[in-house]
Write a protein that binds this ligand. Structure first.
Ligand code: ADP
Length: 274
């Protein structure tokens, strides 16, 4: 229902987490439009690979006496079905996240642990594309949240950084603890020196299904859902995601999360130098 799309802000207070729900009629109308757009987009995105598989199946039938052609068509069918299954997987992930919003089981998670898991997940991809992965962690730094979701978010950003970099490039993942106004914030940055993003696209890349270069993104197996999933996870944690980018120079994505207070922050305080 529409309730799962509510705008949610989680404000950390001294005695724990307070969740503030905000909704008004305009929000409800906007939510309904977003939902309708989403369904239309999903149908459109699913039709492409399904149509391709159907065409390829026909092609296989009519090429029955040409074993080489059959193999070629079959290989493309495999690619299209992989794409279909990736797409369905991400759509399910997105709706699961929306249902889980606000986050129900927030627990202290060590940020270095998130980075290690996210980077490990991308090692094979990085090796394939000859991209170096560097991690600058911050031992003892914790946030409150879902480990699974945060690993997925950072993993998505690292995956993109690898995908939109050239061979020999380096992708850096780092953690900083910063003051933002009165707030104590943990920033996770994923930086690449890849193709970058044009200013006109920067505002739109977090939209569902938005892809800058459809041909390149598609050839790389992108779905256009990765960044909207990242945005959703950051918001569910009371944080946000921002991007800096310069075409031809690279991009830096920053996920900012509220630093925990009370017991969860103890491991950091305990390790801070005098
Ligand atoms: P996709 O599955 O296509 O990667 P995303 O939602 O993850 O979808 O990203 C949306 C678009 O943003 C991508 O198609 C790509 O054009 C652009 N993008 C994302 N990350 C980067 C990056 N690190 N460098 C350059 N472009 C990027």
């Amino acid at each position: 229902g529409a309730a799962t799309f509510l705008a949610v802000r989680v404000a950390p207070l001294a005695d724990g987490l307070v969740v503030v729900l905000a909704e008004d009629r305009t929000t409800a109308v906007r939510v309904e439009e977003t939902r309708r757009d989403f369904v239309a987009n999903v149908s459109h995105e699913l039709k492409t690979p399904i149509g391709a598989v159907a065409l390829l199946a026909e092609a296989v039938e009519s090429a029955a006496d040409d074993p080489e052609a059959v193999l070629r068509f079959a290989a493309r069918m495999t690619i299209e079905s992989q794409r279909l299954s990736e797409l369905v997987g991400q759509i399910i992930e997105l709706s699961r996240l929306q249902a889980d919003d606000p986050l129900v089981q927030a627990e202290p998670v060590e940020v270095d642990d998130i980075l290690t898991q996210a980077v490990d997940r991308c090692r094979v991809d990085a090796q394939k594309r000859d991209v170096q992965l560097a991690v600058a962690g911050l031992p003892g730094c914790y946030v409150l949240g879902s480990e699974l979701q945060l690993v997925a978010a950072v993993g998505n950003l690292v995956e993109n950084a690898i995908l939109y970099s050239d061979p020999g490039a380096r992708v850096t993942v780092a953690v900083h603890r910063v003051e933002r106004g009165d707030d104590d914030v943990v920033e996770i940055t994923v930086s690449d020196n890849g193709i970058g993003i044009a200013p006109a696209d920067l505002d739109r890349i977090f939209e569902r299904f938005y892809r800058v270069d459809y041909a390149r993104s598609r050839a790389n197996g992108g779905t256009g859902l990765g960044l909207s999933i990242v945005k959703h996870i950051a918001a569910a944690h009371g944080g946000d995601v921002a991007v800096w980018s310069q075409p031809g120079q690279g991009s830096t994505f920053t996920v900012a999360l509220p630093a925990p207070i009370g017991d969860a922050a103890a491991p950091l305080t305990a390790r801070l130098p005098e």
